[in-house]
Write a protein that binds this ligand. Structure first.
Ligand code: CTP
Length: 428
């Protein structure tokens, strides 16, 4: 179900659309950097958008901005200590806050706090809330340029993304040190917009795959002939990556096994890069316990008998004869050991007798659903941002999804997966 964007007209400025965060509980984490002065404006804008704002500060942040200012603007007492002053009070506030919030934004996030979050350290109220929180966490790093580009900081930020945190990159410009570079906290308006977008995306995604492990394969495989040549196909990985992103947004733990592809790693997805069909087989088998497996990869059906260790040179005018051996059919292997509660989805790439071939594949490989695409169709299959897909179920029924963006097709496939699983649960 798509919910319309939550925006409303400002009473003050009829021309401007103001982000609506009414009914939203936002925790603002402020850490000890010069950009902490911007948090006053951030609280003001969040309040103006209708959010309830709870400020949590690290002790160092108070050197840059007073809790009195942020407490007054947010109309709530600022939290700093993990243990209450009155020792008979409750010390589990970090847990209840993490459950109360719709979103936790850390702005500015210093290199120190980014490092602590990446390593699960919780020596303050702010880091403890982050560890306990079930809501999305938006991290806005702000620091000196060299600290930001340092491999340690970059690696910590990558770790955060792998854990599902959303990182809003800092702006470029003049920094407190007098140097010019990347490290400035984005303007409060941009942060509020980003918060609204993150929340909106989550509403749209419905989070109906929470608690599920979804394994997606994507891209082509490559079978080497010699050190400079290989056999492959035209798959770009776009369809599989779109499925992985959609499943992640719907709350699943996603493992993406990808053949060679230039596509960037989707946030919060566990990506495993492989090259050959055999490597893909090994990676998939390691994750065969997934609740849902979607094989979108174009796996090579044949591999070379052996890979020459040196470049194969021309010999006279004669032909070169390559002997190719069958690879293992990964999906058929999963189908043979399929558990009743597991959902297996295949793709069928067909140019002729499409429906018959797809129906045969669903039966032979013991699948729940097959997504049929034909590279001869306009805007379908390889390299396009769109795809034309027909879904065929175990009864052979065909549903034409039409030609749509791969993101939309991914969500329609996941809708079917969810309904197949619901029907399965009811009939058990
Ligand atoms: N597949 C697989 N392992 C292989 C070959 C294919 O797991 N070695 C999977 C694909 O990822 C896809 C499905 O099987 O989900 C169908 O792939 P497709 O290439 O359409 O068909 P094949 O089964 O390979 O048969 P053919 O090439 O004869 O059409």
């Amino acid at each position: 179900m798509r919910i319309p964007t939550r925006t409303r007209r400002s009473n003050l400025d009829n021309e401007k659309t103001v982000t609506d965060l009414s009914d939203r509980n936002i925790i603002l984490g402020v850490t000890g950097g010069i950009a902490a002065y911007k948090s006053a404006e951030l609280v003001r804008l969040l309040k103006k958008a209708g959010a309830t704002v709870q400020v949590v500060m690290t002790p160092d942040a108070t050197r840059f901005i007073g809790p009195l200012t942020l407490g007054t603007l947010s109309e709530r007492e600022v939290l700093m200590e993990i243990f209450p002053e009155n020792e008979s009070g409750s010390w589990t506030k970090h847990v209840s806050l993490g459950l109360w919030a719709d979103l936790f934004v850390v702005a500015p996030a210093t290199a120190q706090t980014v490092g602590k979050l990446a390593h699960g350290l919780c020596d303050s109220m702010l880091t403890a809330v982050a560890l306990a929180a079930r809501c999305p966490i938006l991290v806005c790093p702000a620091m000196d340029h060299d600290m930001f580009v340092h491999p340690a900081t970059q690696s910590n930020l990558e770790t955060l993304e792998e854990y599902g945190y959303v990182v809003m990159p800092p702006d470029r410009g003049e920094l407190a040190s007098g140097l010019v570079g990347q490290g400035r906290l984005p303007e409060p308006e941009a942060i509020v917009e980003r918060i609204a977008r993150e929340l909106q995306q989550r509403i749209e995604a419905c989070e109906d795959l929470v608690g599920m492990k979804v394994l997606v394969t994507a891209g082509p495989t490559r079978e080497s002939i010699d050190p400079v040549r290989f056999l492959t196909n035209h798959s770009s990985g776009k369809m599989g990556f779109a499925l992985a992103i959609a499943a992640r947004l719907r709350g699943a733990h996603v493992v993406l096994v990808s053949g060679p592809s230039d596509l960037p790693s989707p946030t919060g997805v566990e990506r495993i890069d492989v090259t050959t069909a055999n490597e893909m087989y090994q990676a998939v088998i390691r994750h065969r316990d997934a609740d849902v497996v979607i094989m979108a990869a174009a796996v090579a059906d044949y591999t070379t008998e052996s890979t020459a260790s040196s470049k194969i040179k021309k010999e006279g005018d004669g032909d070169l004869v390559l002997t190719l051996h069958r690879t293992r059919d990964i999906l058929a292997e999963l189908g043979r050991s399929k558990e009743p509660e597991q959902t297996l989805v295949g793709f069928a790439l067909e140019t002729d007798n499409e429906i018959d071939n797809a129906r045969r594949k669903i039966a032979e490989k013991n699948l729940d659903l097959i997504a049929l695409n034909n590279p001869k169709d306009k805007g379908a299959a390889f390299r396009h941002d769109t795809n034309r897909v027909r879904l065929i179920d175990r009864d052979g029924a065909v549903e034409d999804l039409g030609t749509k963006s791969k993101d939309d097709i991914a969500n329609l496939i996941l809708d079917r997966v969810v309904s197949i699983r619901l029907v399965g649960e009811v009939s058990e």
